[in-house]
Design a protein around this ligand. Structure first.
Ligand code: GLC
Length: 411
């Protein structure tokens, strides 16, 4: 069975590799995550009052796009509208439940787009398909779907070329007819180069629900290698993840991931050529919390260390032990090695294990040299081309260093 070739837009998407997810909206003022309206059964009329205090005074599309760029990210997916039904964009009369009708008094998506253009970041729109605000979502589904299509049409026609639409919520009515041909048709008509993504949620990761879908999602879960043999078209994969337990800001959520965990995840996604969409939850007024920004920048330093490899590297049929894996880029093979220890006096370095031989199978070409990319140190190795076995003597990090995932280049 053959593996289909990716369309150019899908190839471009895969090369974006690393993106920022932004969950921001009225709920951010409550600081308890984006599901709070539903979770605490807040009556619609009461929740809607949050619109009257939504100033967005610290929301600066340019600053956000710059942070993403400095963090090594190439795209941003922002919640143009989340499940609470409030739109950050000008709905141009479709509804008054949007940013232009709040004290913010401006089209925040327009501001976001300007920032992205200035920094060379590709903008994507998250858009809910379910709606806790529109009565028609419950009472008159056809009318609701028409409203949804018109909303999407605005996003496709008012902001210039966009990277794609990222839908979320079809899981709320699994048996309904969402009229997807019509919805996706709007995008193909006005933005033929845009990606169409539909989040299949925590329960059904990696599923293609329609033939127009360009990428599957792995919400909060390591993407598995896609078996694309016999697929009618090549679809890419993306893992989205929040650093804590919430997507919208959780003021009392301290359970954050560390740069170490994010680097391991970053690498694990690329192992299967999946994109990594990492979330931030701006404050009530629209600023990315300092802690999140600092974490992103720290991970960005790691990404920069390996440069193009992180965006362009392709999976090869070479297997390592544990988390170790290999990628191919520009005709060379690169080994991604985890859990290495640091050199140092036993009185100062704890648990100095984790260096020594690392084996890989599946390497069918003769190599003459292996070296760490970060410090150029040459590594001893032994190889048996016939069986495809390679054993590299992975040395420790110099004292004061730990890259979490260290890359060796084979020549
Ligand atoms: C979920 C949640 C949602 C979040 C999304 C991000 O499906 O409903 O709040 O936006 O995942 O992946």
């Amino acid at each position: 069975m053959t593996i289909p070739k990716p369309a150019p837009r899908i190839q471009r998407f895969e090369r974006l590799a690393y993106g920022m997810f932004i969950h921001w909206g009225l709920y951010s003022q409550l600081g308890k995550g984006e599901w709070i309206m539903h979770q605490e059964s807040i009556p619609k009329a009461e929740y809607a009052k949050l619109k009257d205090s939504f100033t967005a005074e610290d929301f600066d599309g340019h600053k956000i796009a710059k942070l993403a760029k400095d963090a090594g990210m190439r795209y941003i997916t922002i919640t143009a509208r989340h499940h609470d039904g409030f739109s950050l964009y000008d709905t141009c009369g479709l509804s008054d439940y949007d940013a232009v009708h709040s004290p913010a008094g401006r089209d925040l998506i327009a501001d976001f787009i300007q920032g992205c253009r200035a920094e060379g970041i590709v903008p994507f729109f998250y858009h809910t398909t379910l709606d806790w605000y529109q009565d028609s979502f419950q009472d008159d589904f056809d009318t609701y779907l028409e409203y949804l299509r018109k909303s999407v049409e605005l996003l496709c026609t008012n902001y210039g070329p966009i990277g794609g639409l990222w839908f979320d919520g079809n899981w709320s009515k699994p048996d309904a007819d969402w009229q997807l041909d019509a919805l996706y048709g709007v995008i193909r008509r006005y933005q033929p180069e845009a990606m169409i993504i539909n989040n299949t949620g925590l329960e059904a990761r990696g599923q293609v629900i329609h033939n127009e879908i360009d990428s599957v999602t792995f919400e909060q879960g390591r993407p598995r290698p896609m078996d694309r043999r016999g697929m009618p078209k090549y679809v890419s994969a993306e893992m989205c993840q929040t650093m804590n337990q919430h997507w919208g800001i959780g003021l009392r959520d301290f359970a954050y991931m560390s740069p170490r965990e994010l680097i391991v995840n970053r690498a694990a996604c690329r192992k299967v050529r999946a994109n990594y969409l990492l979330n931030v939850g701006p404050t009530a007024t629209g600023e990315i919390p300092a802690y999140e920004a600092a974490t992103l920048l720290r991970v960005g330093e790691w990404v920069r260390l390996y440069g193009d490899l992180i965006y362009e590297g392709k999976p090869v049929p070479i297997t390592g032990m544990g988390d170790d894996f290999a990628l191919e880029y520009d005709g060379k093979v690169y080994l991604f090695i985890h859990n290495l220890s640091i050199q140092g006096d036993p009185n100062v370095i704890r648990m100095a294990t984790g260096a020594g031989p690392r084996s890989f199978i599946g390497l069918d070409r003769k190599i003459t040299k292996a070296r760490w990319l970060d410090n150029d140190e040459k590594l001893d190795f032994a190889q048996d081309v016939e069986s495809g076995l390679l054993v590299v003597n992975a040395t420790r990090y110099p004292y004061g260093t730990n890259l979490v995932v260290r890359v060796a280049e084979l020549t």
